[in-house]
Write a protein that binds this ligand. Sequence first.
Ligand code: AMP
Length: 183
Amino acid sequence: MKLLIMGPPGAGKGTQAKILAHKFNLVHLSTGDILRKEIDRNSEVGLKAQTYMNAGNLVPDEVLLEMMNSTLTELKDEGVILDGFPRTIPQADGLSKIFQSLNQDIDAIINIEVDKDVLIRRLVERAKNSGRADDTEEVIKNRQNVYLELTAPLIEFYHGNIINVDGDGSIDKVTERILKRIP
Ligand code: AMP
């Protein structure tokens, strides 16, 4: 099974992705986590990504596409849940091509919807103990704007194939809503 989970920063997609990965025995591919590990390792990709990430901007598409092409090819026989990728239309186009070349398809696209005020409140709360360099109020606001400008258009791009889920409520409640809708 190939799942894709989307939603604005703070929607809880990482938390839900972990739960779904566990439940369906999927590899959880969080591009944010992968990039943070690359930064810790001081790798070439990490060095390229760091300044973009610290400012709350997106890392260039070609960096992500190359990274995900090799990862998805390596994991072609595994179930995966993609969390945080694609984040732009060119990335979504690239992802279609990657799956085409592997003779595969996305089984379900989950979009977690949460009100903007709730998102900012959650992110500011998370920032208190996350230790993430991109969890300052200014950067949080920038990440919301980047989401609206570059990532939200994916909802239209995937229109018709997307499962919209209300992300307001407890973690268990949101999981329950998702599970009801997965084919
Ligand atoms: P996240 O952990 O999903 O909130 O991602 C943290 C940061 O990693 C983002 O603000 C971006 O700078 C970078 N990032 C993660 N995924 C992507 C992606 N698909 N495209 C570009 N940048 C990304």
